[in-house]
Design a protein around this ligand. Sequence first.
Ligand SMILES: NC(=O)c1ccc[n+]([C@@H]2O[C@H](COP(=O)([O-])OP(=O)(O)OC[C@H]3O[C@@H](n4cnc5c(N)ncnc54)[C@H](OP(=O)(O)O)[C@@H]3O)[C@@H](O)[C@H]2O)c1
Length: 331
Amino acid sequence: MKAMILNEYGHDAAFAAVDLPRPEPGAGQVLVRVAATSVNTVDTMIRRMGQDELPLSPDLPAVLGMDFAGTVAAVGDGVDDFRPGDEVYGCAGGLADLPGALAEYMPVDARLIARKPPSLSMREAAALPLVGITAYEGLTRANVQPGQKVLVHGGAGGVGHVAVQLAQHFGADVYATGGTERSLQAIRRYGVTALNYRAQSVSDYVDAHTGGHGFDVVYDSVGGANMASSFEAAALNGHVVTTVSMVELDLTPAHFKGLSLHVVFMLIPMLHNRGRAEHGAILSRLAELVEAGVLRPLLDDSRFSMQDVGRAYQRLESGDAIGKVVVAVES
Ligand SMILES: NC(=O)c1ccc[n+]([C@@H]2O[C@H](COP(=O)([O-])OP(=O)(O)OC[C@H]3O[C@@H](n4cnc5c(N)ncnc54)[C@H](OP(=O)(O)O)[C@@H]3O)[C@@H](O)[C@H]2O)c1
């Protein structure tokens, strides 16, 4: 089968086209013929940092690519839920010892996948798994309720645009930040209030939209130092969700507000073989929401084939993409 591999790690490490043996599905696995994959920030971190700095990086030579959409080609022993020909999607490899989606075929744990939403193309479906699970897990852990005020930081980003749509679906009054006119426009298209984090201070938008009380839930898809802004924006006894907490930060503001902090790390089921069926269940739920018309992945207007994957990584790293960067694997 055709695949793109990395023979070394590093910022400019090149992907190389190779032929690899077609894998067989093991017990509990399905073999997926991959149609498309999407690029996530963690993929670019793996390529840049490698095992020395990011131990979850696979051994070299490495087949990266976590998200995929495709068609079941074969099923292994003990798999009853899927059969050849099923169209599926998931986030199931490209890290540690799990082979990735930059290949014609990918063996995946059947618990990590679900049937692809029929109304989405393969490219659209490949955009959704990692960011969709991350958004869903964070909002449900924060127990978002109808009528609550929810602020999403990075509302035009991969995680953020799904969090905006899901928070709306949960009945919340939704606000989202972005820093460019293109991001703000993308946010407004969801019918929520767009806040320019470059032009407005936290206290300004907290005063303007919450009467100074703060947001019940802040979904921070930017994280890091931005968590200080999230603590400032949250209401007393509010919830802050973060996708990036690898940072030293003073928690005093969170203390005096009695905040609950939810750290989402959606790679845990893949890395530790724990809670994998939960990811399959979330993907099934997200597919239902897509079919119900409440969720749609936003794709960047760039298009890449598997041979161009290096340029797809550059596109995400440029910060210019709006929504998800997708790579077509099947030509
Ligand atoms: N822990 C996990 O399980 C997990 C899962 C998924 C993602 N992540 C992490 O979460 C982060 C976001 O991922 P992603 O896929 O959504 O990335 P992305 O598609 O690149 O989106 C990032 C968004 O953040 C916005 N942004 C940047 N600085 C901001 C600020 N100070 N305030 C508000 N918005 C800001 C950008 O908008 P502008 O261009 O308008 O500034 C952009 O839309 C990444 O660091 C990723 O590694 C973690």
